[in-house]
Design a protein. Sequence first.
Length: 315
Amino acid sequence: MSPRRSIFSSLRLSSLMLGIGCVLAGTACAALHGNTEILPASICLIFVVFAQMAGNFYYRYYDLTNSPGAGISQRLEGHSAKDSALILKECSFACALLAAMSGMTIAAMGGVLILSVGLFTSLIAWLGLGGSVPLLRTPYGIVCPFILFGPICVITTSLLQSMHEAEEPLNWFDIAPALYMSIVMGLMCVNATMLYGYANYHADRRDSKQTLAATVGRKKTRSVFLANSVVVAAISIAMCVQLNLAVNGIDFIPAVICFSLNIYIWQRMKKENDTQLRSLIDMGNFNVLLMGLISFIIYELTGAPDDSTLTFFGI
């Protein structure tokens, strides 16, 4: 394995599907009322990707420098532990800097409200990854992806686009779809996070990581995963009913497809060995992307006509 390939493996590229899916979900909520805005959505996407890359690099850096059992396995191919830690730290800083630059662009678009959300995002990210005991290494680590990918990512993405058209974007009409969807996407990201801990159960126990799976065991983790899946499907359907989308049941498609995939994952969790469970991590991440993508396509096609005042390339 070349050093370059090893560095990219530190990114856990499939995890980027979480952020991308949530941005698409937020854009889908804006599309319901004809508020889709390409530029704000694109900036949100850039921010999420670089922020996740920064977090992934730092997570592995922390493992390398603070987990004796993980020291060798986390070392970059062809590099000493000291050099590996330096490379991972610098990669994390570079991605964080790019995320901060795009984040300031988002704040300039959204004003003080969005800026305050950005500061809160930084706090949650620090609690999850930084400090003497990062939350992601504890049973409470699932709270971080729920907040970051759910309410923060989905609602902010939708709100930033609605601000261009709505006089008061915090009204129930514009914010309701994002509130429902933020819970759905947040819980799906919790499932994806639990899958990662579930697949790394033995390694986490060896390295003294007290993740949810390592703390309560695999059987209870499967139960939480199944319960989350049921709640996600129920809230998705409730959103369609409560908002009176009236698109002949087409709006139920994302809930049905993603619930079916969750059940398939849940069944396989009981049967696969540690090596095979790795594929379930990617499948769980993909399910989040699938929910956001299908929702965006459906709501963009069936939602209110686009009344955007912004044009690109003269179109």
